[in-house]
Design a binder for this molecule. Structure first.
Ligand code: PGA
Length: 251
C-alpha cells in the first residue's frame, strides 16, 4: 500500500537557530501523537545536519530542497546529491515550480537531478504542475504529462517506484488560492493513470502523489480524503509547528 506523507517545504526561511527551534517543536508535538502519515521536513541545506540530529528518525525524515545536476567538481555554490545524502537527509525536493521559474530548471535538467538523487539513494519528491495560463488554455494535463514523461519515464519500474510525486498547480502556491478538492483529485487520477499506462497498476497504486499549493489546516482534511491524494507538500503552513501539526493530523 502506498504511504501517506505530509512534507514541509520551508523554502528560504528561518536562520539556523530558528530552524532548529521549529524542528524541536515539530518533533515534540509529533512525538506526542501517533501520526497516520510519514512526516518530512524540507529545510534549507545549511539546516539539514542539525535538523537530522534534532528529530526522531522513526517519525520524521528530512529533505533537501534541491541538489545539483552534476556529480562533483568546479560548480561554485552547488550542492551535490552525494553531499545531501551524507547529511542524513533521505529525501530531496526536485522540480519545484520556483526552481523551474526562477532558476531555469528544465525537464531535461530535472532528469539529470533525478538520476543523481536515485544513484545516491535519496528519494525525490518530484514536483509538477501548470501555471494559470496553461490551465485557462486547458493544456494543464498536457503540461503535467510532459513534465513527468521528459524527466521520469526513462526510469526502470524499480527506480520509478522510489519517486514521490507532488502535484502543485503554480497558481495555488503561496496565493491562498487552493485547487478545489475535485480539481486535485482529477489531476491526481490523471497522473496515476499515466503511470498505469507506462508501468502498470501495481507501480501506479504504490506511488504517493502529494498535493501542494496553499494547503492548510482548514482544507487538508477535504483534500486528503480524495482517493488519489496521498498527502501534501506544505509551504507557508509548515513554518509554524501548530499549523503543520494540524495538517499532519488531518489524516
Ligand atoms: P504553499 O507552498 O503551501 O505556501 O502554497 C507550497 C509549495 O510551494 O510547496
Amino acid at each position: 500500500m502506498r504511504q501517506n506523507i505530509v512534507a514541509g517545504n520551508w523554502k528560504m526561511n528561518k536562520t539556523l537557530q530558528e530552524g532548529i527551534e521549529l524542528a524541536k517543536e515539530v518533533n515534540s508535538k509529533v512525538g506526542a501523537i501517533t501520526p497516520k502519515c510519514k512526516v518530512v521536513l524540507g529545510t534549507p541545506f545549511v539546516h539539514i545536519t542539525e535538523v537530522v540530529k534534532t528529530v526522531d528518525a522513526s517519525k520524521i525524515s528530512v529533505a533537501a530542497q534541491n541538489c545539483a545536476d552534476k556529480v562533483s567538481g568546479a560548480y561554485t555554490g552547488e550542492v551535490s546529491a552525494s553531499m545531501v545524502k551524507s547529511t542524513g537527509a533521505q529525501y530531496v525536493i526536485l522540480g519545484h515550480s520556483e526552481r523551474r521559474a526562477y532558476y531555469g530548471e528544465t525537464n531535461a535538467i530535472l532528469k539529470e537531478k533525478t538520476d543523481l538523487a536515485l544513484t545516491n539513494e535519496l528519494k525525490p519528491i518530484f514536483c509538477i504542475g501548470e501555471v494559470l495560463s496553461e490551465r485557462e488554455s486547458n493544456i494543464h494535463f498536457d503540461i503535467v504529462k510532459q513534465q513527468i514523461e521528459e524527466s521520469l519515464f526513462h526510469l526502470s519500474a524499480g527506480d520509478f517506484s522510489k519517486i514521490v510525486l507532488a502535484y502543485e498547480p503554480v497558481w495555488a502556491i503561496g496565493t491562498g488560492k487552493t485547487a478545489s478538492s475535485d480539481q486535485a483529485q482529477e489531476m491526481h487520477a490523471f497522473i496515476r493513470q499515466l503511470i498505469v499506462s507506462k508501468y502498470g497498476e501495481e507501480v501506479a497504486n504504490n506511488i504517493s502523489i502529494l498535493y501542494g499549493g496553499s494547503c492548510n489546516a482548514a482544507n487538508a482534511k477535504e483534500l486528503f480524503a480524495n482517493p488519489d491524494v496521498d498527502g501534501g507538500l506544505i509551504g507557508g503552513a509548515s513554518l509554524k509547528a501548530d499549523d503543520f501539526l494540524a495538517i499532519i493530523t488531518a489524516f
